[in-house]
Design a protein. Structure first.
Length: 213
C-alpha cells in the first residue's frame, strides 16, 4: 500500500495495513524528513519510484528522499529509463542503498511496447513522444520502460550484472515475502525464467515451467 505519511489519518491507516499483512510504502508525498522517519518507525518499509512525485531533496530540507537514502531498512524503487531520474541521481541512490535495497520498476502504462501517440492513464489522456509519456500539462505521466531495458541501463552504469539482476528478481520478491516462490531459481520455487542473450535482450520466457514464446 502506497501512502503519503504527512496526510491526516496516515498513521492509523499504516498500522491497520501492517496488521492486515500488507507492505506499507511511502510515495506521492510531500513529507518532511521527520514525517518520513516517523512513518518508517511505524513500519513503512518501501519507497515508491524514488525522486518522482516526492518532495525535492535539498541540503537544508532533505525531506522524504533524505529519510529513504539514510534508512537501511527501507527499499527504494527506481525507474531507470534515463528520463524520470538522471544518471547522477541514479548513481547516488545505488551507492546509498546498495544492490540489496534497490528495486527496478517500469512504471509502464498501456503505451508500453506501442508506438508514439495518444493513450489513457486511468481517466486521463497522455501523449507519448519519443517513448516518453506526458500529460496535458507536459508533466511525466508513467513510462514505456520495460524491465529488460531497465536492466541494461543499470548495467551500463557499471553495476555488476548479478547485482542488477537481483534488483528485478529477488529484491522485489523478498519485499513481498514470496522469495521462496518467486525471484530465484531454487527447489520448490515457481520455474519463472527469462533467458537473455549476450546483449541482455529477452529471447525466451517460461512461467512456472511453461514456455510463453
Amino acid at each position: 500500500m502506497t501512502i503519503a505519511p504527512e496526510l491526516l489519518g496516515a498513521a492509523p491507516c499504516m498500522e491497520a495495513a501492517r496488521k492486515a499483512g500488507m507492505v506499507v510504502a511511502m510515495g506521492h508525498t510531500d513529507a518532511t524528513y521527520e514525517q518520513a522517519r516517523a512513518a518508517i518507525a511505524r513500519g513503512a518499509r518501501h519507497a515508491v519510484h524514488v525522486y518522482n512525485a516526492m518532495r525535492p531533496f535539498s541540503h537544508r530540507d532533505s525531506g522524504v528522499i533524505g529519510a529513504v537514502l539514510t534508512s537501511p531498512e527501507v527499499t527504494a524503487e527506481l525507474i531507470a529509463d534515463g528520463v524520470h531520474v538522471e544518471e547522477a541521481a541514479m548513481r547516488l541512490l545505488l551507492q546509498a542503498k546498495g544492490a540489496g535495497c534497490v528495486i527496478l520498476v517500469s512504471d509502464g502504462i498501456s503505451a508500453t511496447g506501442m508506438p508514439d501517440g495518444k493513450y489513457t492513464l486511468g481517466k486521463f489522456e497522455v501523449t507519448v513522444s519519443g517513448g516518453v509519456c506526458r500529460n496535458a500539462e507536459g508533466k511525466l505521466a508513467g513510462s514505456t520502460l520495460t524491465l529488460d531495458r531497465a536492466l541494461r541501463n543499470i548495467v551500463a552504469l557499471g553495476v555488476p550484472l548479478a547485482d542488477a539482476v537481483r534488483m528485478v528478481t529477488v529484491n522485489p520478491a523478498t519485499l513481498l515475502g514470496i522469495e521462496f516462490k518467486k525471484g530465484s531459481l531454487r527447489i520448490g520455487a515457481d520455474a519463472d525464467i527469462v533467458l537473455l542473450d549476450e546483449g541482455l535482450r529477452v529471447t525466451k520466457v517460461w512461467a512456472r515451467g511453461v514456455p510463453l514464446n
